[in-house]
Write a protein that binds this ligand. Structure first.
Ligand code: TYD
Ligand code: MG
Length: 471
């Protein structure tokens, strides 16, 4: 490479690398996220001195130590990890600032310490006394947890190497810097270098490492996405900050499935596990209100019943508003177009709001039918019977498509007392249907609307498509 300084540009959102500055990142499509980084040319490359030289080993001679996992002691956390912490694994826990990442890891540290293992909790975010205050609020008081307030990664590694803990937590990776790397703490190169040293440490010593990363929308602080390819497991902690529920979701996992989720509730005493979350995302306050439909969604090995709410009304603007939270933004226009074309709704002059109760995100296509019916129900102001659950993907022709794991969705609906399920034809064989539930197979969105909201004539008799602005 020679001694010449070379610079490249990195996207702080997704880590995309470009030789020149661009306004829009080709990686993630965000604007103004590329920042310049001078590349270090003098950094010694190659293997670290401490690592022993590896020799090839015949495959059958390698023992897989699957049993060695350390449970975090928080079963929702363990579930998301794929059954506990794997030795030497590096787990990235990302999420918006204030969502509860430090709380989660401090509570996990406590549970790990209870099983007799040691935890080194490194923080560059808070002072020792701030941690102490949070710990006492959470009832965490174990001598097996040590707190290190430090931001220099080489000191962190020195401390960790001299008396290796069972688990190392770094809160947050954006505050840690590497003395030999360029840029200020939080920059792409610093975050990458610091993380790389910690990954090397984990692989060499077998100590599992948790890296906390704040999701940043813009600015000079690099987001956790730039580390996703370097670590073994990526978990995101999500939720609406105004709501108590939090979801821990695996988006990458070398040691387990990626569609598992863990569900928590933020309480005054910290995060509480929600072992049976299914009923949480259905609001029972207003039975038989139009615009509300319950759907069956599947997250990993778990089915959840979730309520989709929609509100439509004549617009006061020249361009009607379309707003959605919790549902797939790209599918909403498609669903609305099919509703207009095949469902007989005229939505051109209507504001449409769609949201998911409880702040959960539902992005699978199986939610299509629920979204469409919620909008139609609000449009005609005809409620959907609240003992009915639906699921199905909508095609552009208005046809309903089968979805995965229909049996699981139906079982969950039955368990929670739903007595009727509207689903695509052939979605679920007769012998897999739970007893005592009426199954209504529909071929098209039009049929689903007729089944749930009455025939076209009766809808119009009940209410001519609202001339007034409807609440
Ligand atoms: P925190 O773990 O500091 O978030 P992060 O590390 O992701 O930035 O938690 C932030 C919020 O959680 C904070 O606004 C207060 C709330 N909280 C509670 O409601 N109960 C608690 O017991 C704790 C510790 C925090
Ligand atoms: Mg924090």
């Amino acid at each position: 490479m020679g001694g010449k300084k070379k610079s490249v540009f990195f996207c702080t959102g997704c880590g995309h690398e470009s030789p020149k500055w661009l306004g829009k990142c080709p990686g993630c499509g965000e604007w103004n996220t590329l920042v310049e980084q001078v590349l270090q040319t003098s950094r010694p490359l190659g293997r670290s001195k401490t690592a022993a030289r590896e020799v090839p080993v015949a495959l059958p001679d390698i023992t897989a130590d699957a049993s060695e996992r350390i449970p975090t002691g928080i079963s929702e956390f363990d579930r998301t990890l794929g059954g506990g912490i794997v030795p030497g694994a590096v787990v990235l826990v990302g999420g918006d600032p204030g969502i509860g990442k430090s709380t989660l890891l401090l509570q996990a540290s406590d549970a790990i310490a209870r099983s007799g293992e040691t935890v080194l909790y490194v923080t560059g975010e808070e002072s020792r006394s701030q941690i102490r205050l949070r710990a006492s609020r959470l009832g965490v008081d174990s001598g097996l947890i040590s707190i290190l307030t430090e931001t220099d990664v080489s000191h962190v590694l020195e401390v960790s190497a001299s008396s290796p803990p069972s688990v190392l937590v770094v809160d947050s990776i954006q505050t840690i810097y590497h003395a030999d790397a360029n840029g200020s703490p939080g920059s792409v190169s610093q975050v990458r270098e610091a993380a790389a040293s910690l990954v090397r440490f984990a692989k060499e010593t077998g100590v599992p490492v948790f890296l906390i990363g704040h999701v940043t929308k813009q600015g000079a602080i690099a987001g956790p996405r730039i580390l996703e390819h370097m670590v073994d497991t990526v978990l995101y902690f999500e939720g609406d900050k105004r709501m108590p529920y939090r979801i821990l979701r695996a988006v990458k996992n070398r040691y387990g499935s990626t569609d598992e989720i863990g569900v928590f509730e933020m309480t005054a005493g910290g995060l509480a596990e929600v072992a049976d979350p299914s009923g949480l995302f259905v609001s029972k306050d207003l039975p038989n209100t139009s615009g509300s439909v319950v759907i069956g969604v599947v997250e990993g090995t778990r089915a959840l019943m979730v309520e989709i709410q929609a509100l439509t009304g004549l617009t006061n603007y020249s361009v009607p508003q379309r707003s959605s939270t919790g549902v797939d933004r790209r599918r909403l226009p498609l669903i609305l177009a099919v509703l207009e074309r095949r469902g007989g709704l005229s939505l051109g002059n209507r504001d449409i709001f769609v949201s998911v109760a409880g702040g959960v995100k539902v992005e699978e296509p199986a939610a299509d039918l629920g979204v469409a019916l919620a909008v139609a129900s609000s449009y005609w102001d005809v409620p959907v019977d609240d003992r009915t659950a639906v699921f199905g993907e909508i095609g552009l022709g208005g046809e309903l498509r089968r979805v995965t794991q229909a049996g699981k969705r139906a079982q969950e609906a039955s368990r929670l007392g739903y007595s009727r399920i509207v689903l695509p034809r052939h979605a679920l064989p007769k012998e897999e249907r739970p007893k005592g539930v009426e199954f209504v197979e529909v071929r098209t969105l039009g049929e689903a609307i007729d089944t749930l909201l009455g025939s076209r004539q009766s809808r119009h008799a009940a209410k001519a498509p609202a001339q007034t602005k409807e609440a």
